[in-house]
Design a protein around this ligand. Structure first.
Ligand SMILES: Nc1ncnc2c1ncn2[C@@H]1O[C@H](COP(=O)(O)OP(=O)(O)OP(=O)(O)O)[C@@H](O)[C@H]1O
Length: 241
């Protein structure tokens, strides 16, 4: 398949027959066995799967952190699987934003400065103060991470990812370190940002109820991936886990 694999402007990322096998000495661990998927622009997608199903492995591949053993990962007319290191780094910097379970903020920088670290490497960034306003933290811009709650730190990390104006924001277990109520606020924020800004958001989680928030649900198992669409999406207040 050639560049036409991403000719559809509604598709942000497309995987074609993606395989990943980890090799350590003589031991081979096959994790992804022929994954086909599409991430649609402007949508909130949830990748769901049990522990060990390969969610982080898949996220690392579509986020340009790792490469597949076999298969194609199409984004903006390029197959990430064959990009050299320099271009893959460029893709990570310019085209994707990451939100991790443990926030990964720089402790010696204020909330605003943490967001600025991302906007300084982006082509078309948002005003960092505006990004903090979008996540409801304009009054905390001069606070350091240690002066913020877990939920607030996660909101800073969401502002940091969003402020790059990336093609896709990837969130790996974004509520994993938060209590249920704070987690619900973070999910509510992600759905609101998707609706208000049109940001394409992918949430990776083992928490099945989160799938109710999504336009598209990608269910990853040892046997492959199945995609379903929600005809009615729940709001974060309606879900519990
Ligand atoms: N670098 C590696 N070398 C060898 N095996 C690995 C490596 N990274 C992951 N694995 C294996 O790949 C499988 C999938 O791991 P992965 O972290 O992608 O799953 P996951 O669905 O994200 O799990 P969890 O929800 O527990 O984080 C696991 O069996 C894991 O042991």
């Amino acid at each position: 398949m050639g560049n036409n694999a991403t000719a559809d402007p509604d598709i942000a990322i497309r995987c074609v027959d993606v395989h990943k096998t980890y090799c350590s000495g003589d031991v081979e661990t096959p994790v992804l066995r022929g994954i086909d998927l599409e991430i649609r622009r402007g949508e909130l997608s949830v990748i769901l799967g049990a522990s060990g199903a390969g969610k982080s492995t898949l996220l690392n591949i579509i986020g340009g952190i790792d490469r597949p053993t076999r298969g194609e990962v199409w984004c903006e007319g390029r197959n990430l699987a064959v990009l050299d290191d320099r271009h893959l780094t460029e893709y990570r910097r310019r085209s994707v934003g990451f939100v991790f379970q443990f926030y990964n903020l720089v402790p010696t920088l204020t909330a605003l400065e943490n967001v600025e670290t991302a906007t300084q490497i982006a082509d078309d960034p948002m005003d960092p103060a505006e990004a903090l306003r979008l996540v409801g933290l304009d009054d905390r811009r001069d606070h350091f991470p240690a002066q913020l709650s877990g939920g607030q730190q996660q909101r800073v990390s969401i502002a940091r990812a969003l402020a790059k104006n990336p093609l896709v924001v990837f969130c790996d277990e974004p509520t994993g370190a938060l209590d249920a109520n704070t987690g619900r606020h973070v999910l509510d924020l992600l759905t609101r940002l998707n609706e208000q800004t049109g940001a394409t958001i992918v949430i990776v989680t083992h928490a099945a109820p989160v799938a109710q928030l999504a336009h598209a649900v990608l269910h990853l198992t040892m046997n492959g991936i199945t995609a379903t669409r929600n005809t009615r999406r729940a709001c974060a207040a309606e879900i519990s886990w």
